[in-house]
Design a binder for this molecule. Sequence first.
Ligand SMILES: C[S@@+](CC[C@H](N)C(=O)[O-])C[C@H]1O[C@@H](n2cnc3c(N)ncnc32)[C@H](O)[C@@H]1O
Length: 272
Amino acid sequence: MTHQNAHSPAATGDELKACCAAAYSSDVVALLLGDAYHPGGTALTRRLADGLRLAQDCRVLDVASGRGTTALLLADLHGVTVDGVDYSPANTALAQGAAAAAGLGDRAVFTTGDAEHLPYPDSVFDAVVCECALCTFPDKDQAAAEFSRVLRPGGRVGITDVTATPDRLPPELTGLAARIACIADARPPAEYAEILTAAGLRTIRTERHDAAMTRMIDQIEARLNLLRLTAASELSDGGVDLEAAPAVLAAARRAVADGVLGYALLIAEKSP
Ligand SMILES: C[S@@+](CC[C@H](N)C(=O)[O-])C[C@H]1O[C@@H](n2cnc3c(N)ncnc32)[C@H](O)[C@@H]1O
């Protein structure tokens, strides 16, 4: 079974990945989102890590590692060795710099690469994490197959991601911008579990964290309101449509309240 979405825009897979990587490398996004580029922030990452049975000698892969927040938290709190891979060379460089600044350069290595073609051999990781990114991958089945391939038997995958019922999303949340904002190609939790199952990964825990999504929408709105007073031209140059933003944020908040949009945590295991 493939998991194509009727709302997918006509852009090719490579174009979508490049657009997403460019957007999440921009300073405007850093201003709007802060350190962790996902709802729930580092608190949810800690909860995810609790489900992964991490020990100090574990080797962990963070897929779509962004600026390194998740990987560095895991290396720092759990003493593990972490590889991070991200499509954006700018994010890879920033993450490696952050690792050095935190004194974790010997246990955290960041590489530019594609989640659908991971640049690692088979069965080398004890755990794989992926936060707020599976929703953006054009070929989710292929990415899940790659998670499974690089994971050792008995290893665990931890995912936090945007959830959506695609057919019920309002028009404001289905275009290319919404796709890059992790919404337009997000799936319901059960469909993520199905994608993982098809890759040989059995889901052992699913949790909903929809309130984290609302908090992120509130945060973006508050920061936009502040920045529109002080940095309107930087926002427009960075691709933020200040006119459209209030309606999009209101539609997103309504969609969460209606149960159409949310955020979820999944833990899955590769059979031993
Ligand atoms: C919403 S951010 C999440 C970053 C990080 N996981 C976090 O939670 O802070 C999405 C990230 O996915 C990366 N990305 C998008 N498509 C990718 C792909 N095909 N392979 C690897 N990384 C990808 C982007 O460059 C961006 O850094």
